[in-house]
Design a protein around this ligand. Structure first.
Ligand code: BTN
Length: 238
């Protein structure tokens, strides 16, 4: 990837989308600080100086329906990079990277915001917005969030991002078997086996998370049998 670096930008995803629309390829937009960071479900994303805020542009020759697997792959890639620096990160479905800070509390270390444009049978561009609370104080983050600094101290952000991008390429590059992403995801998941409550666009699904299914749905055992959830906000109930 070519790196387009900004000390400060509104949102790396916005810039990456712009470049993608212009036809630019193989680029990752990176910033030290974002002033208008965006999260999933139209939320704001706090992105103070010191984080890893990065948005690679991908052009996979795959159907838009398979895009969720790329988002899971990004979460796996971040988890691997975190484990490289000694942080026992896990993944909450679909793509929140969590850390147990030692007090039994699971806090959010990283999140992924995927945006894409596609035709009927093929993705035109895909932006995987990766936000890792790296060298930032926990006080600068919302409640329930943590950072690499809080967990293990500051890291070399360039190396950390390099690790993420390499893992992402291993998992999703042209020769990769996308279904293998699910095995890697299962290995790191903290959601499987747990009681969950998922707020979906079509109502709440509560039960025990039993598996993840291609291209990324969560299978939940409910009182009315198994349900596959494609999108939503997942809470670990216990
Ligand atoms: C979430 O968990 O809600 C997703 C957060 C994604 C944040 C990243 S930081 C880099 C990229 N640019 C943005 O504005 N958002 C994503």
């Amino acid at each position: 990837y070519d790196v387009e670096y900004h000390d400060r930008i509104g949102s790396t995803n916005d810039r990456a989308r712009e470049l993608a629309e212009e036809g630019v390829d193989d680029v990752v937009v990176v910033a030290d600080e974002q002033t208008g960071g965006r999260g999933r479900l139209d939320r704001e994303w706090a992105a103070p100086a010191g984080g890893v805020w990065a948005s690679p542009v991908l052009r996979p020759e795959r159907p838009p329906a398979e895009v969720p697997i790329y988002t899971l792959a990004a979460a796996v890639a971040v988890t691997r990079a975190a484990r490289e620096v000694g942080v026992e990160a896990t993944i909450k479905w679909p793509n929140d990277v969590l850390v147990n800070d030692g007090d039994g509390e699971e806090r959010k270390l990283a999140g992924i915001l995927t945006e894409m444009e596609g035709e009927a049978d093929r993705v035109s561009w895909l932006v995987l917005g990766i936000g890792v609370n790296a060298n930032v104080d926990r006080d600068a983050l919302p409640p329930g969030a943590t950072s690499l600094r809080a967990a293990v101290g500051d890291v070399d952000r360039r190396r950390f991002l390099q690790g993420i991008l390499e893992a992402l390429y291993d998992l999703t590059g042209a020769d990769a078997d996308l279904r293998a992403v699910l095995d890697a995801w299962r290995e790191y998941a903290s959601t499987l086996g747990r009681q969950v409550r998922v707020e979906t666009p079509r109502g709440t699904v509560a039960g025990r998370a039993v598996d993840v299914r291609f291209p990324g749905s969560l299978v939940v055992g409910t009182d009315d049998g198994e349900r596959a959830v494609h999108a939503g906000d997942c809470e670990h109930v216990r």
